[in-house]
Ligand binder design. Structure first.
Ligand SMILES: Nc1nc2c(ncn2[C@@H]2O[C@H](COP(=O)(O)OP(=O)(O)OP(=O)(O)O)[C@@H](O)[C@H]2O)c(=O)[nH]1
Ligand SMILES: [Mg+2]
Length: 305
């Protein structure tokens, strides 16, 4: 018998269920970006923690929905791929939204349950956003979902204020298989800082431009140079599909991009624990959503069709 345990927990669920918020709450640091816009997370993001003798590798995933476009298909495939590789799958449900359906399981949730049924890893149900709902309705929702698909255990949490998160962590740690730890004890993330830096800038874009600027934006860190004084000089490119989007990102007299850059710079500097000089460039690439290179940069497989 091995003395330590180690395993992967995939956090899956509909867009906006709070998966990334939960990952950050579990890790106690920002490893995955969050926004009130759906489809924020684009590829899998790992967060690592130690609980007693267990090392848990949480895998945040893009939201599950019926994909139409190529990028959507790549995202949904990445999410189910992570569930397939995991030792446990935690299905997150936005309890407020699901209760709002008035006693019926929503169609989107139903579809997720149907696919989840085919996965072999133990399933845990996580009702999130309990800060927004009444307890009796929550219990009825838990019953309804467990009747549709049995779960090993059900948790009621608020990823936002931390309620129930510790209990979830402990219970999942117990469910991990025996084996050696895969990461050093103090490691909390896997993505290189330059990838997180690109995500942070994308989050600031979402925050500022959530309505005007759709989804068709991606950010890449082109260069990262550590300077002799300890600071980093970082260049990032923001890809948009149209000239009109470029104008929106730049804003009047460059005000919008300046504000985005300044917010991103502060947060990247925090993550880097050193000052950062951030240079943002906006490029119009009408077809970036069909460019394999962009998918590689996001850590996604490029779907052929
Ligand atoms: N009130 C409340 N809001 C929450 C809670 N958890 C997450 N949110 C909010 O829900 C929104 C979506 O959160 P995310 O963590 O980005 O959701 P996600 O599931 O990762 O979304 P995608 O990456 O788009 O699939 C954000 O505005 C969060 O602040 C919660 O427990 N309570
Ligand atoms: Mg997310």
């Amino acid at each position: 018998m091995s003395e330590t345990r180690c395993g992967f927990v995939a956090l899956v669920g509909a867009p906006n269920a709070g998966k990334s918020t939960l990952l950050n709450a579990l890790i106690g640091a920002k490893v995955s970006i969050v926004s009130r816009k759906a489809q924020t997370t684009r590829s899998t993001v790992r967060g690592i923690l130690v609980d007693g003798d267990a090392q848990l590798i949480f895998v945040d995933t893009p939201g599950l929905f019926a994909p139409k476009r190529r990028l959507d298909r790549a995202m949904v495939a990445a999410a189910w791929g992570a569930a397939g590789d995991a030792d446990a799958v935690a299905l997150l449900i936005d309890a407020k939204q699901e209760i709002g359906r008035g006693g019926e399981i929503g169609e989107a949730t139903q579809t997720i349950l149907t696919t989840l049924r085919q996965h072999r890893a133990p399933r845990f149900l996580v009702l999130n956003k309990i800060d927004l709902v009444e307890r009796p309705k929550l219990l009825a929702l838990a019953e309804r979902l467990n009747a549709a698909l049995p779960f090993v255990d059900t948790f009621m949490i608020s990823a936002l204020n931390g309620d129930g998160v510790d209990r979830l962590k402990t219970r999942l740690a117990e469910a991990m298989p025996g084996g050696p730890w895969l990461y050093p004890e103090d490691q909390i993330a896997e993505a290189p800082l330059r990838a997180l830096a690109a995500e942070i800038t994308r989050e600031k874009l979402f925050e500022r431009l959530h309505d005007e600027l759709p989804y068709q934006t991606t950010v890449e860190t082109e260069s990262w140079k550590d300077q002799p004084d300890g600071s980093a000089r970082i260049e990032q490119t923001i890809y948009v599909t149209r000239d009109s989007h470029k104008k929106i990102v730049i804003g009047e007299g460059g005000r919008t991009i300046k504000a985005i850059g300044s917010a991103a710079r502060k947060e990247i500097a925090e993550a880097h624990e050193a000052p950062v000089h951030l240079f943002l460039f906006v490029k119009v690439r009408a077809n970036w959503l069909d460019d394999p290179e962009r998918y590689r940069a996001m850590g996604l497989e490029f779907p052929k069709t």
